[in-house]
Design a protein. Structure first.
Length: 178
């Protein structure tokens, strides 16, 4: 097995993306909890859900990994925020810098996708944390809100799904390069 897709998903959006990517590329997808040794893989695609500023399972999966010549790492984050917003891209990059050493991050190709949320399915801890965030953001005057914060306030408590499998195309193209 030369290539592998590894994913970290809490509520399912990232897993669905990983499974679809696997279908479209023929590369097997496994949860980071069952990930095999990655040192002998040519292409490593890591899809991780963004939770509280971190990418689920990324640090654990990449611990001890150093890319050899010819190996490629693609990191795909999945979150609620619009990845086309510069502020969101900067926040994602800052989060990745906290989880990966520069030697990996500098060689990785990055992609950001949008997922979804269903407040009814959230754990008690996540619901509580988001409720506190919601309450604090509502105190900020609308003109001082970021686009990400405004979107959060608008969707709070609802079920939203921004999953779009067409956004996998650039990743598939990158996998097929070289």
């Amino acid at each position: 097995m030369e290539n592998i897709i590894v994913y970290g998903s809490q509520y399912g959006s990232t897993r669905r993306y990983a499974q679809k990517l696997s279908e479209q590329t023929g590369i097997p997808a496994v949860s980071y909890k069952e990930a095999p040794v990655l040192s002998n893989r040519k292409i490593i695609v890591y899809l991780g859900g963004l939770y509280a500023g971190g990418v689920l399972g990324l640090e654990k999966t990449m611990r001890g990994v150093s890319l050899r010549s010819g190996q490629r790492l693609l990191i795909v984050t999945v979150g609620l925020a619009d990845p086309n917003e510069a502020e969101n891209q900067n926040n994602i990059r800052a989060s990745l810098q906290k989880q990966l050493p520069p030697t990996l991050l500098d060689r990785a190709k990055m992609f950001q996708l949008r997922g979804g949320i269903d407040y009814q399915r959230l754990s008690f801890g996540h619901r509580t944390m988001l409720k506190l965030l919601y309450q604090s953001l509502r105190k900020i005057p609308p003109e001082k809100q970021t686009a990400e914060n405004q979107a959060f306030i608008e969707t709070y408590g609802k079920q939203v799904d921004f999953t779009d499998f067409n956004t996998l195309e650039p990743i598939i193209k990158e996998i097929n390069t070289r």
